[in-house]
Design a protein around this ligand. Sequence first.
Ligand code: ADP
Ligand code: MG
Length: 686
Amino acid sequence: MVDLNKYVQYVKGIGPKRAEKLNKLNIFNLKDLLYYFPRQFEDRNNLKKIIQLENDEKATIKVMIVGVSASSPRKGLSITKVDVRDETGYAKLVFFNQAYVKNAFKPGDTILVFGKIKKEFKNIELSSCEVEHLTNDPKNTCKVMPIYPLTYGVTNKEIMGILKTVLSDKELKIQEYLPTKIIEKYKLCSIDYAIKNIHCPTSKESLKIALYRIVFEEFLILQLGLFLFKNGVDEVCGIKFEEDKKLDDVLKSLPFKLTGAQDRALHEIIDDMECNKAMNRLVQGDVGSGKTVVALLSLAHCVFNGYQGALMAPTEILAEQHYISLTETLEPFGINIELLVGSLTKKQKESVLQRVKNKEIDILIGTHALIEDKVEFKDLGLVITDEQHRFGVRQRSKLSEKGENPDILVMTATPIPRTLALILYGDLDISIIDELPPGRQPIETIAIDKAKREKAYNSLVRKEVEQGRQVYIVCPLVEESEAIEAKAAVELVEELKLEYFSDLRVGLLHGKMKGSEKDSIMKSFKNKEIDILVSTTVIEVGVNVPNATLMIIENAERFGLAQLHQLRGRVGRGSHKSYCILIYASKSEVCRQRMSIMEETNDGFKISEKDLEIRGPGEFFGTRQHGLPELKVANIFKHMKILKLAQQEARYMVSEDCKLQNFENKMLKKEIMDKFEHSIKEISLN
Ligand code: ADP
Ligand code: MG
């Protein structure tokens, strides 16, 4: 039996140099390597002719080499180009800084090439190519090709080669850890077969069998892990709030009537609060559906019952906004509200903390500052987190630990499909606000090519400003760092001031600014002292300026759809017709598709599902973000049926053996513990 914990550098065929590269991919031991699953599979039987190739796609072609040329346009850059053809046309393979490939290509040889297509008029180039020689090595063709999530200069070919060597070791046998009963019941292949065939599938059929097993296992382990760590939490007794009449007075004092959906959500919350089990509820409502007032009323109910409430928001701007609207409505009812944010002076902070502790403050609103150890409540009865997807599980639970089983409410504009919610939150109850307040005009969204950017600025922006409206311009998303993003934002402002809007008032908001700076900019914008607010995504959540009617998003293709939808939700908040202009700079088919989804629908739920389909749940509000082990192959949309089976089985297993201590389950439990190693603390406290 081969030891799976063996460091990769000691594995036959790897050695220290390759090990170093693998380490960069977070592969340290043999097990990491074997569980480094391909991201997708290319069916290379599906050959294309050159004439069929389309821009931006990845494809495999079978071609003959016509000629090879190399050039070095500047120091440190060498380009090797290989001319190839088939009976329908010509193409070029392009290799950067790989001069050695030159000798590998002999005119007249036939090769299979897999690469990324760039097509401009009749010019076709393939880059990031993988080549298989058919002339020299006709047996070489792998029918289903695993594609690994690669980075750090490790090529797919290298990984494939390494795995091929490792898996060809006859000694290698991976020990089964799923109970035999389950293997039989769901007709799963062994883990040994699955691992071997996911990396080196011998046929499409064997790959399918392998994938089924891995997907089932991933779901089962995730679900069992959650059950194991949540055990015991279900039974928590909470505060039993009493009905009170004052809440009706607050309702009557509002400038509007609740929508049917708000009313329903509020009653579900109040019912929870008035029963003696601790509330654990998620309120899900699209941007602008009016979640704040629901939070406000729940907090009022809590205070009228003699308890304190806390409301946590992801940004200072948002916290302050909540503070203002809650104070306006609730202060007349004798409720004391305070704001706790990072930008307070030490003295101000101390005073707030003291008064919270003495219960002179009924509702404390704030950012992450709320979860600091120094914050102590006397009688915390209700904890609300706004835009919960911005917080980790751990942060949320830290806040609720400040009371004795307070009721918990989380609010989100990100529509989470029910199945995923069940995985992530287990026994969490969900209220859905699926109705917008009356009188809202849908936001009209238009996607335009970057070439028309100037026109958009000169006509659309000016038109809105002339009518007394205000405009948001969102800078391109820079993922590397907030600092680079801030720099880009500063540059954009300079450009806009210089080229387009020298006569208008342009403001800037980015993540590197101090809280107080951000606040003062936001205040000026609210007070109409700024016409155009250039901002990074810090503007994404919750900000409410009804006079802003136009949003322009630069390089919209870099954002996720759900994020675009959130951003767009900053306009269309008043009675004026609002617009969102998405400027894109990509000609790819995927980009076009995504832009048209944004143009066609204002329904956050639909958009979110599309986004998940395109990007995969792992990246989005994926499991990783919630501190859960990542799903590597399983996809909650694609594999919905398997997910349901696994969930069912998990539920059954814990009902039979709640701690998974049976002989049969022990191995599996070890596997679960391994996977949950990093997240155990966070989850067990949820
Ligand atoms: P979100 O759900 O995105 O947090 P908000 O709570 O910020 O939405 O509400 C958006 C706007 O709608 C606010 O200006 C709020 O005052 C207003 N609003 C909320 N409920 C209603 C209602 N029932 N009728 C009219 N306007 C409402
Ligand atoms: Mg909100």
